[in-house]
Write a protein that binds this ligand. Structure first.
Ligand code: ADP
Ligand code: ZN
Ligand code: MG
Length: 484
């Protein structure tokens, strides 16, 4: 946390942050026309008179965008009012062909929720003011002596999620953004591909002396597209603003730009007010009045939230938080684990297998979970075999590798390869005697009180038995043979 590790002056100030996160919805088509909502097409190929803002055209609402918005609202604990309307935000900019952006000013599609997430090992809450729908604009490209605009992005549905100023550190902002992204991915409302600019943030930052109720003047850094960049920008801004105040200066509400290479912000313009945009209700679009049936159908699509899933996994399977974190970040792996753990006593061991062995193998072989040759139940079977003493965990490793290659079940592999653990005392004694006879020096060491020598001998027995000896029994037998 910046204000606890940097200079003394910072301690006396509180950092206040509010985030406006713009997320492209993953609809097939754009918000008001049938053009493809598709990244990576040739410039200006996904365009039509509507999204190019030619005169005389009429927008037609994309219902999927409305549904995904309502679903997001539910996932963010918002309510979905019975009335939402569309407004024109008027401004001129080359990437905005209509000279206005359609948005929802005073009657947004969802209002008043919160996001719960983990930050500094605690569960914290950030209130959501609203999540409203608007449209994306085109993208400008600047070349050596001219600029170009690609309108493929113009009219793509954009959900703007606005927090209350509840965030008080750069790290908490970072954690919030990751949690939000995770929730949106769970709801499958957006692909949240940062590289494709599908998540962009306006970051509002102010400071105030600790204990002061009134908020300070805020600085807004617009259009940031990297979470770690946001974290750095906040840390920088906090220091800068406190320094201004400490030197007796005043802060003004302004828009600043983050220069990632230089690692600083600089002023772009003092902030415009809402009235500068001449907002007015769009005369071409009907307000949206969601019916109860429409809303309850959407409610059925509400999924378990990442944090809820994590807490459930920890208590249901008695797995460590770190393991549950992995499953929450990678939901497919988590689903796989839950299937594998079904009916298995030691679900913690199943989790270890899935995370340490399966995941590593998947990465190593470039396979995905759906490409696996064995079912999740096979992992459970493998764990049960180890637990039941049928095979050692070392042999289990071998069985797993074979299973990964061939898809044959663990039991079949063990039988066909004769890998069952040897727990027969007579057989084990024979192994031990062989090893004791071959290693007199270690035997003497052990008798002289060097306990490590026993481990060495044990290892030799495992080797002689080609990993099949029951390690616990070997230890007991050796001790018995040598201590007399
Ligand atoms: P604007 O009208 O300038 O867009 P809003 O009141 O709509 O301002 O708030 C935009 C975002 O800025 C919200 O996320 C809000 O929580 C945050 N915010 C508002 N005031 C402050 C402040 N003084 N410091 C930090 N964030 C703020
Ligand atoms: Zn179009
Ligand atoms: Mg704003």
């Amino acid at each position: 946390m910046a204000h606890e590790t940097t200079g003394f002056g910072l301690m006396e100030y509180e950092l206040v942050i509010g985030l406006e996160t713009h997320v492209q919805l993953n609809t097939l088509t754009k918000m008001w026309c049938g053009c493809a909502n598709e990244y990576g097409s040739d410039s200006n190929t996904n365009v039509c008179p509507i999204c190019l803002g030619l005169p005389g055209v009429l927008p037609v609402l994309n219902e999927t965008a409305l549904r995904k918005t309502a679903l997001t609202g539910f996932l963010l604990n918002c309510s979905v009012p019975g009335y939402a309307k569309w407004d024109r935000k008027n401004y001129f900019y080359p990437d905005n062909p209509k000279n206005y952006q359609l948005t929802q000013l005073d009657f947004p599609s969802t209002v008043g929720g919160y996001v719960s997430f983990e930050s500094f090992g605690e569960i914290v809450k950030v209130r959501i003011n609203r999540a409203h729908l608007e449209e994306d604009v085109g993208k400008s490209f600047h070349f050596a002596d001219y600029s170009g605009i690609d309108f493929n992005r113009a009219g793509v549905p954009l959900l703007e999620i606005v927090t209350e100023p509840d965030i008080n550190s750069a790290e908490m902002a970072y954690d919030y953004l990751n949690a939000l992204k995770n929730i949106l991915e769970y709801g499958a409302v957006s692909d949240c591909d940062m590289e494709k600019g599908q998540v962009r943030c306006d970051v509002n930052i102010s400071v105030r002396p600790r204990g002061q109720l009134e908020l300070g003047e805020k600085v807004e850094i617009k259009n940031m597209n990297s979470f770690s960049g946001i974290r750095r920008a906040i840390t920088y801004e906090f220091k800068r603003q406190v320094e201004v105040l400490e030197k007796g200066g005043t802060l003004v509400q302004e828009t600043r730009r983050w220069d990632d290479d230089a690692g600083l912000t600089d002023s772009m313009r003092t902030k415009e007010d809402a009235h500068d945009y001449r907002y007015f209700p769009d005369p071409d679009l009907m307000p949206h009045r969601p019916s109860d049936e429409w809303l309850s159908a959407i409610r059925e699509g509400v999924v378990e939230l990442p944090l809820d899933r994590k807490m459930r996994m920890v208590s249901q399977y008695k797995i460590p938080h770190e393991s549950a974190d992995v499953f929450v970040r990678e939901p497919l792996l988590g689903d796989y684990f839950e299937q594998a753990a079904k009916g298995v006593e030691n679900s913690k061991s199943v989790a270890n297998w899935v995370i340490n062995n399966l995941q590593a193998k998947l990465v190593e072989s470039g396979t995905t979970i759906d490409g696996l040759k064995f079912s999740p139940a096979a992992i459970g079977e493998l764990v049960d075999l180890v637990e039941g003493g049928k095979i050692s965990s070392k042999i289990a490793q071998e069985v797993f590798n074979e299973m990964f290659k061939s898809g044959v079940s663990p039991l079949d592999i063990i039988e066909s390869k004769g890998l069952s653990q040897v727990s027969d005392t007579v057989q084990l004694k024979a192994f031990c005697e062989e090893v004791v006879a071959a290693n007199p020096a270690s035997v003497d060491d052990f008798r002289d009180g060097k306990d490590a020598a026993l481990n060495f001998l044990k290892g030799q027995v495992m080797k002689v038995s080609r990993g099949k000896a029951n390690p616990k029994m070997v230890g007991d037998l050796l001790r018995e043979m040598l201590v007399d």
